[in-house]
Design a binder for this molecule. Structure first.
Ligand code: BJW
Length: 252
């Protein structure tokens, strides 16, 4: 694991980040698919497995793809539901629950739809891109509980196709979710960007909001992103290793 504070502060990285966290009034954490990688959930931009290797997730995760071939999308999402149901939270998820106990305030915003933060014990998680296990009416947007086994389930209220309760490309982030996340990024004193490629907006813009409001921004990722140079810290390593170490340093 290595790390680098912008410009000259390379060698004093971790102690500086630990003391920033120690002094923090409000920590905002944005997580992406990388934090669940160590639970065995493939990241969004990894090569997909098996049957799905031939599909580009960018092309599948759109309302247009669903409207063109809802059965294909349901097969993709059912496969992912099964995969996530068999996965367990890892030390990265668990460390964030501990971090929440060690700082005055922590807001956890996740782009992940897998629910692993909640299963690890995190509370009030803001699910920026929805939840894999919700079913929503594609026409009206309401979440529906049902026990249909059909290849493409339908809304019991209006007969439109049901779809997974996630946010696809070209769809807007629910207003309350967006507002809460933007407010937390603007208010926090430390912002941690964990396991995300920071390619997808508006989530990727949260770190910029934090920086514009004078927060210390740190990235944790084994592969530094294009944004890393502009952040205060870029810790190169797996979330499941770095986050427990950060928490351990903070607690001692
Ligand atoms: C590890 C690790 C380990 C590995 N430890 N790390 C402004 C500029 C440009 C474009 C836009 C813009 N505003 C809006 C857009 C359009 C679009 C967009 O951003 N496109 C870009 C691709 C350019 N955004 C939208 O459409 C959004 N809607 C919107 O903005 O509405 C207003 C609007 C509408 C229309 C036009 C314009 C504006 C909605 C975005 C919805 C994204 N949805 C998805 C799918 C969810 C459902 C599903 O799961 O199927 O969300 S896409 C996918 O990407 C998923 C993820 O949450 C999201 C982010 O991916 P993430 O988490 O970063 O994963 P990866 O795989 O990319 O990266 C993993 C990282 O982990 C890597 O860096 C690894 O190195 C790292 N890693 N092991 C730590 N052990």
């Amino acid at each position: 694991m290595g790390s680098s504070r912008n410009s000259q502060r390379k060698l004093r990285l971790d102690p500086d980040l630990v003391s920033a966290l120690r002094d923090a009034r409000h920590v905002c954490v944005l997580t992406g698919a990388g934090i669940s990688a160590e639970s065995g959930v493939p990241t969004f931009r990894d090569a997909q497995q098996g049957l799905w290797a031939k599909y580009d997730p960018h092309q599948l995760a759109t309302p247009e793809a669903f409207e063109e071939n809802p059965e294909l999308l349901w097969r993709w999402y059912r496969w992912r539901r099964e995969l996530v149901a068999e996965a367990n939270p890892n030390p990265g998820h668990l460390a964030l629950t501990q971090l929440a106990e060690l700082v005055p305030r922590l807001t956890l915003v996740t782009q992940n739809v897998d629910g692993l933060h909640q299963r690890a014990g995190s509370h009030d998680v803001i699910e920026f891109h929805g939840n894999l296990f919700d079913d929503r009416c594609h026409a009206e947007g309401c979440v529906v509980v049902h026990n249909q086994q059909a290849a493409v389930p339908v809304c019991p209220n209006c007969g439109a196709n049901l779809r997974p309760g996630v946010v696809w490309f070209g769809e807007t982030i629910p207003e309350n979710v967006r507002n809460q996340s933007f407010a937390a990024a603007a208010d926090c004193s430390v912002f941690l960007s964990v396991g995300t490629s920071s390619l997808v907006y508006p989530a990727a813009g949260l770190a910029d909001i934090a920086r514009e409001n004078c927060a210390i921004v740190a990235e944790i990722n084994p592969n530094p992103t294009l944004h890393a140079e502009t952040y205060d810290f870029a810790i190169v390593g797996n979330a499941g290793v770095v986050l427990p170490k950060l928490v351990e340093s903070l607690a001692t």
